[in-house]
Design a binder for this molecule. Structure first.
Ligand SMILES: *Cc1c(COP(=O)(O)O)cnc(C)c1O
Length: 464
């Protein structure tokens, strides 16, 4: 028997420590007992593999630290200075004031989510949003679910289970995080028939794939990648014509989905939802939290007869949207209805920010860094699988250590200091320089970021 085991205190011994007793004034006894047991079990395994027994102080301190970690949510606000406006790892679209207010309102009490106030009987949660979506997109009907992946899954399950769906080979994409659209689609039980070659697909490829087993034709937005050089794709209008001729619905996974013309902001054209509906899509699927700028949601617009099938499908219940996000989505869509999206919805405020405004803010940020930084030209990315390769010109604050040659470790040290701040500020490192982009930071966050930058400058003075 390893003699170190004898030094390990008992559960009662740790619980009777003054510091743990103090924790008991705030936290339930049972929680502390569990934490002590888990910690001692961990120590037994550690001793068994040859490590020395920890002191009682080490044990008690680790338990206090664990209590602290448990009660401080690890999910918190961060400042996105990466220049990627729809950053999936940073929670995608920030919300408008009106959207968060609407969410707060329904969260604070009951609401008529599925209750008809006129008749006093059960209603449908979709009535709160269907008319707005039809107005905005010109569609006959609409439905919202948990996210776009579940929207596509629901659509294909309801319309194409055990049947075939024809897709273009170059559109069978992976959208990041290892998620592949074809894998999600296959979960529906539909068989994907890929047509064309990697770079070229023609109308005849679709026509030849159609047989009595075919349930639908589908377009998928190529998301984060772009075909270049010798390429050919069938336009969505052509695909819709093939669908009509063969009496098959054409489904359209737009990915981000967009109501505004991106070329008006100097960006590449992003397919708009209205265009998809006008071209004759049976169903159009898109995300709420990409370019639409709402909370996470999957939005489906299209022909009433098809939307009705989806609404009635049991899977609709499994992927339904909750009242809080529904309220946020409605409030966001109202901005488009009132033609105020560009001034109210954060992602569109960022896209439409002028280079002059950004330059001015970048100079203020650089000044707060007290000689540690300079303003340089750069590019912001929209991200979120929209506008593949599309960027917006911006001004970046390039931070390098004072008087030192730029180095990877210096850039990483600076990035870590900003990440560990309160709130954390996230930048990006390029060519051994830490870059901060004001475009992805809302002007109302400038006060906070300026303080973080002053702190960084002060701490760098000390470590010179
Ligand atoms: C982002 C994306 C999805 C998934 O949308 P979520 O809302 O994240 O579920 C599906 N298809 C395409 C083409 C996308 O870009």
């Amino acid at each position: 028997m390893n003699s170190q085991f004898r030094h390990l205190p008992s559960v009662d011994r740790v619980l009777s420590d003054e510091r743990i007793k103090q924790l008991e004034e705030t936290y339930p006894h049972i929680l502390l007992v569990n934490l002590v047991r888990q910690r001692l079990e961990h120590d037994r395994l550690s001793i068994a593999s040859g490590n020395p027994c920890p002191s009682i102080d080490e044990i008690v301190e680790s338990i206090s630290a664990q209590v602290y970690t448990l009660e401080n949510p690890s999910l918190r606000l961060v400042i996105n200075a990466t220049g990627v406006l729809l950053h999936t790892n940073l929670g995608r679209a920030p919300l408008s004031k009106e959207a968060t207010a609407a969410m707060d309102t329904v969260a604070n009490g009951y609401c008529n989510l599925e209750y008809n106030l006129d008749s006093g009987v059960r209603g449908s949660r979709y009535t709160h949003i269907e008319q707005i979506l039809c107005q905005l997109t010109g569609s006959e009907a609409a439905l919202v679910v948990n996210n776009n992946a579940s929207a596509v899954l629901l659509g294909l399950t309801a319309l194409a289970k055990k049947k075939e769906v024809v897709v273009c080979r170059s559109q069978a994409v992976e959208i990041g995080g290892g998620f592949r659209i074809p894998d999600v689609m296959r979960q529906s039980g539909a068989k994907l028939i890929e047509v064309g070659t990697t770079n070229c697909t023609y109308a005849a490829d679709y026509e030849q794939a159609i047989n009595p087993q075919t349930a639908a034709l589908m377009r998928i937005h190529s998301s984060n990648f772009r075909l270049m050089g010798f390429t050919h794709e069938v336009t969505f209008e052509e695909l819709a014509t093939i669908g009509r001729r063969n009496n098959l619905p054409v489904l359209d996974d737009l990915g981000s989905g967009c109501f505004l013309d991106t070329t008006a902001f100097g960006l590449d054209p992003e397919p708009m939802v209205q265009q998809s509906v006008a071209a004759g899509a049976g169903l159009t699927f898109f995300s709420g939290d990409k370019l639409v700028g709402s909370p996470q949601a999957g939005i489906i617009v299209g022909r009433k007869q098809l939307i009705d099938k989806l609404k009635k499908h049991p899977l609709a219940r499994a992927v339904r949207i909750d009242k809080i996000r529904l309220a946020g989505l409605v409030a966001t869509l109202i901005h488009y209805l009132k033609d105020e999206a560009v001034t109210k919805i954060p992602v569109w405020r960022m896209i439409s920010a002028t280079l002059e405004e950004i330059d001015q803010r970048a100079r203020l940020w650089a000044k707060a860094l007290n000689g540690l930084a300079q303003v340089v030209e750069g590019e912001s990315m929209v991200g979120g699988g929209s506008l593949p390769g599309g960027t917006l010109p911006t001004r970046l604050v390039a931070i390098s250590g004072k008087g030192k040659r730029k180095s990877q470790s210096m850039a990483q040290t600076l990035a870590r200091r900003l990440r560990n701040g309160e709130p954390p500020v996230i930048g990006r490192i390029s060519d051994n320089v830490l870059l901060l982009d004001p475009r992805s930071v809302l002007p109302e966050e400038d006060e906070v970021i300026l303080q973080a930058l002053r702190d960084l400058a002060a701490s760098s003075e000390q470590t010179q």
